[in-house]
Design a protein around this ligand. Structure first.
Ligand code: GAF
Length: 383
């Protein structure tokens, strides 16, 4: 087990027994690019995690070893600025946020490693940030509430990774519950655990293994385009704070004043919010086929109106559509690469994956990867 490996690696490197934390990645059933628009999402924590060992070292230095990168990095606790690049930024970023919030963090040693594929859109960075937040909170007995840790993770991502992400990823990773998705209102942060019974179907991730470089900058541009749309509508309806408050009728009233792209982005977000609410109803009624149709519509909007898909993702979703054993498929996460999420009949998963493996290789010369995922509990102390 990975956790045990981390623990023994820790003892080998630092000569003590650490406290252990597990922090999972996430999938998102539906509700993409709605979180930073004050809307709704339906993510779940998954059974792929980063494991951490932590111990105090009675200095003012953090020594952190990444098992996956086989690399040790250190920083002093009064370091406050992001490094130019690298994974240490996520750990440094959370440590800085905790200190800024007045939490007395001291020197620590940390070893971490996991099985969340990196760059696949499964939020390995949120898992990393959450794990560091909880680990330091436990180590120094800070008793920081989970909801506060989530906000520290988000700020670390904004300031130390440069992505103006919403709250979904860290929320899902931190608050996940086995057997459930989370129906989250990203404005109020009210959430409800949503039992997920998929009957004879499984959630299958197909990893394009591409990460188009415009991802981060395009993400920030989408945020800005949504803001422009809100600003226009709010000039007529001052109570409007985010696209969550905007109906298509009201958006149409200002259509002539908006650049075409901005209109399209807003139209997508308004529809996607409605799809999340509808999907919750369909899933509660056990209507998986209906939910699958919402997944396809979500993908169409992300690809056509929001323009965050890419040929590899579109190809995989188009192929899934042809397969009668797949109820729904969509790109997942920020876009421009990463995974598609597919709802596939359990006894057809192998056939589906091997068929796509071949056609994807023929089309793009890339070896597809696939993962069958289950839901799991969120970030937690193991011992
Ligand atoms: C990324 C972001 F980090 C999330 O906040 C969310 O906006 C998602 O893209 C798109 O739904 O994962």
């Amino acid at each position: 087990m990975l956790g045990t490996r981390i623990q023994s690696e820790f003892s080998r490197l630092f000569g003590t027994v650490p406290l252990m934390i597990a922090s999972p990645g996430r999938i998102n059933l539906i509700g993409e690019h709605t979180d930073y628009n004050g809307g709704f999402v339906l993510p779940a924590a998954i059974d792929k995690s980063i494991y951490f060992g932590f111990a105090k070292n009675n200095t003012r230095t953090a020594r952190v070893y990444s098992l996956d990168y086989k690399a040790m990095e250190t920083f002093e606790l009064d370091e406050r600025q992001p490094r130019e690049k690298g994974w240490i930024n996520f750990i440094l970023g959370v440590t800085v946020q905790l200190q800024r919030a007045g939490h007395p963090v001291e020197g620590f040693d940390c070893v971490f490693g996991g099985d969340i594929p990196i760059g696949a859109g499964l939020s390995s960075s949120a898992a990393l940030e959450n794990g560091v937040g909880m680990g330091l909170s436990e180590l120094f007995e800070l008793e920081i509430p989970k909801q506060e840790l989530i906000l520290h993770s988000q700020r670390a991502e904004h300031e130390f990774a440069g992505v103006k992400c919403g709250i979904m990823d860290m929320f899902a990773s931190m608050m996940g519950r086995k057997g459930h998705a989370l129906r989250l209102d990203c404005r109020s942060l009210d959430f409800a655990y949503f039992p997920l019974s998929l009957g004879g179907f499984k959630l299958v991730l197909l990893d394009t293994r591409v990460e188009h470089s415009l991802g981060d900058s395009a993400y920030n541009t989408r945020r800005e385009e949504c803001r422009q749309g809100v600003e226009k509508v709010a000039s007529r309806y001052p109570q409007v704070r985010s696209l969550r408050d905007v109906s298509l009728d009201r958006l149409n009233e200002v259509k002539q004043d908006l650049p075409g792209k901005v209109y399209d982005r807003c139209r997508y977000v308004i529809a996607e919010n409605q799809r999340v609410l509808k999907s919750c109803e369909l899933l509660a009624q056990g209507d998986l086929a209906g939910f699958g149709r919402e997944m396809y519509s979500s993908h169409d909007g992300l690809s056509g109106l929001y323009e965050v898909s890419c040929p590899e993702l579109d190809f995989l979703v188009a192929q899934a559509r042809e397969n009668p054993h797949v109820l729904g498929a969509r790109m997942m996460g920020g876009g421009f690469g990463g995974c598609t999420l597919n709802l596939v009949a359990s006894d057809q998963v192998d056939a589906f994956v091997s068929e796509l493996y071949e056609s994807y290789e023929r089309a793009f010369g890339i070896a597809l990867k696939s993962y069958v995922v289950a839901t799991s509990d969120g970030t937690r102390r193991l011992f």
